[in-house]
Ligand binder design. Sequence first.
Ligand SMILES: Cc1cc2nc3c(=O)[nH]c(=O)nc-3n(C[C@H](O)[C@H](O)[C@H](O)COP(=O)(O)OP(=O)(O)OC[C@H]3O[C@@H](n4cnc5c(N)ncnc54)[C@H](O)[C@@H]3O)c2cc1C
Length: 593
Amino acid sequence: MTYRAPVADIAFTLNRIAGLSKLIERGLFEDLDADTVNAVLEEAGRFASEELAPTNRASDTQGARLVNGEVLMPEGVTEAYRKWVEAGWGSVAIPKEHGGQGLPFALSMALTEMWNSANMAFGLNPLLTQAGVHAIVAHGSPELQQKYLPKLVSGEWTGSMQLTEPHAGSDLRFLKTRAVPAGDGSYRITGTKIFITYGEHSMTDNIIHMVLARLPDAPYGTKGISLYLIPKFLVNDDGSLGARNDAYAAKLEHKLGIHGSPTAVMNYGDNSGAVGWLVGEPNGGLHAMLTMMIEARIGVGMQGVGIAERAFQQALQYARERKQGTTDAAGAHGSVAIAQHPDVKRMLLNMKVKTSAARAIAYTTSVAMDIAHHSPDAAERKAALAEAALLTPIAKAFSTDIGVEVASEGIQVHGGMGFIEETGAAQHYRDARIAPIYEGTNGIQAIDLVTRKLPSNGGETVQAFIAGLKETVCAVKASNEPAFGAMAEAMEAGTAALEESSQWLLRMLNENKNAALAGATPFGRLFGLTAGGVLLAKGALAASREDGPDAGARAIEARHFAETLMGETAGLKHAVSHAYETVNQADAVLGTL
Ligand SMILES: Cc1cc2nc3c(=O)[nH]c(=O)nc-3n(C[C@H](O)[C@H](O)[C@H](O)COP(=O)(O)OP(=O)(O)OC[C@H]3O[C@@H](n4cnc5c(N)ncnc54)[C@H](O)[C@@H]3O)c2cc1C
């Protein structure tokens, strides 16, 4: 099954819903104009569809394999990566002063969506490299920046991010990897990291690992973690490659999905100790990691959107071809494509609108990041950063949950053939399943949302965001557009549920934190459904005002989301405030721990 990048949808969501075009009109990106943005999207869409998408199947069936210490990549992937680098896709959103193209972060996230639709195992690699670039840009010494950034920015080398250890996953307090000063400004690192994405591979000459480790005298917990840059091959002062560093992949994991992405157990210091350099302050490693956490988490959210889009396209094509059953029009002896049955149409529409809503949230978060970085107005920058921080756990968790749901519905549309590997629908489902787990599980995202983001600025940020949603609801209502049906009422109920739940949680954070924690995941979903629904309505409103050719379709999309999916918000509101009553007594069911 081929993938066609939905460039028009992506451009509409970026510009009309998330508001990127307004930033461009304001001159926030120097001489960037709308035509250039469109040209970049078109060319990326072509590259994703024609060069990357054909590698997706071999990525899954062959996977990455560790043979005699070398990681062999699936057929076609190394070549596709080389072309990707040659085309300059690695440097899109990196600031110009660091050798990048300085294009908007939101645009780079649109491209991230396309790479991940085309081949999610491939798309993960640039995400991690770029997270490393951001860390070096923000915290690396001038020497490290000069030596490592150019080839990381171009994609000539890739990066890896290494936090996880056997006893330290969501909880990094017990991280054990050690870093000892070598007396010459470098450190010797020893320890084991697990689940390291692209920790080893054969696509590039060098891999630059960003590794969290502890100094010998480090304080307990997360305040005692430092960040180190450890190259696979040491780099000489003239830029040539030197000795092999003491950092090796001990094994690759066998996984449910993303088989083309090598997930390594990395051993440091089996011999003399891996040579590494401190990035940022001693014991400031978590802070340095947090710098790029927003970008990385939005990036994983884009994986959810990307895989949902691919699964939708595949299901739609299958439903148009597969004939079963009949309709009144076709008669008792007729046979119609399953896409003609109302229940299949409903599934396809669900898939489409969920994908669109997740896309709208993720791009809106990305545009907020662009404002936070590029607005000339300090107050606007601050408010935008707070909004981006608030929305990031939603962009990550809601979008990745949607990725799994849509991929699952895609299998359902295929019937039995969905369960059979050869259609490829099953691959999307298996690939999608990791995204709610890594880069902070979706449970951890919900906790971050409720315990940190909700109360930040005394609750002002969430109030301002909800006020913005309400403005759209009012505008939809005031439009009296018959095509919008009862959309405004559904959204009114959703925003009210979101507001009341936010206030309840803010109160609970002081009165009974466990009650807030028990309601965190339903709250994240309530937030995602409400924000997603209202953003789709914002798009429908913009399309109807412009009287464009897709105004009718956008109204139906937004209406379907609001009227058939947002009803869940009432139940979620109840779940937020009542989950604790039973969760608190769970031992009676689960047994005492
Ligand atoms: C394919 C793959 C690729 C990966 N790539 C990388 C990588 O490149 N670099 C890297 O460093 N790591 C990577 N990881 C690791 C990944 O980030 C972790 O698996 C993830 O953060 C969860 O940690 P864990 O597996 O230890 O689960 P745990 O932390 O043991 O969590 C298990 C469950 O408990 C819940 N939980 C844990 N703590 C709490 C809490 N305080 N409150 C409520 N619930 C809680 C979680 O939400 C989850 O549901 C990867 C993992 C996989 C599978």
